[in-house]
Design a protein. Sequence first.
Length: 286
Amino acid sequence: MKNNYSQEALEWQRQVDNVDIKDVVVLENVNRWPAYNKIIETHSLSVSICSRGSCRARHDAKDVLFQQYDLAVLLPSHFVMCYESSPDYHVTTILVSQKLNNQMMNAIGKNIIRYHKNVSCHLTESQYNDFQLIIHTLQLIIDSERLHRSEFLHHITSIMFLLIDEYWTEKDNIDKKRGEEIFTNFYDLLLHNYKQSREVSFYAQKLCLTQKYLSSVIHQTTGTKASEWITNYITMQAKKLLLEHPRHNIQTISYQLGFDNQAAFTRYFKRATGENPSQFREKNLE
């Protein structure tokens, strides 16, 4: 589905306009995005949970796929553009007023950065069911005329965001553990294959990962690019050989490190260190 649905856009805008009056608005049975291939700036905090189908969109500068059991948190003043949604797309969206948004942001505190970085989180079936209970409870309070309606909404939305923060913490821990596992496997491969290849693509293929994903995970996990790990390791091996075997000429050391010729090794070493192998050896053997 890629058409623009003016009726959905008008209804969405009507609910956005009402959110500061009602504090919280729940949009159920949403099966179409307000407008496709149009940039929408978020003006209120919203939480969406997908019960089936999928939606392909762009959040700021990042492409995202929102699908079944995914939970998304959209903070104000971000940009979203939906490309398309599947025919069975079905989502529930919670819009939160500016007043409650400020309270939630104060409660989240330093963890707010995680929602800027990762707009969605995949839930387990159990987590999905728990969150549906929150939505059901919110709907009961919204539709009621209770004396302390605002206080109830504040407490329930607080519980909702505590749950969300817990989901993101679990996701971060899983991502961290996975990142550490990938780095360990990458570094082990590097130790055994650095003479064979100096390309990130080689190690990505060995790990059955894309080069882009491997580079991203290594950088996020260690703060150093995968290409720099490779270069640094080979350069340190080269320095070790140059100093431990002063009688070996540069060509011999080039072959020991897997380079086709001395010229290729010299270029690689100088690009990494700023000096050629002979200069490094002379300076450090004095």
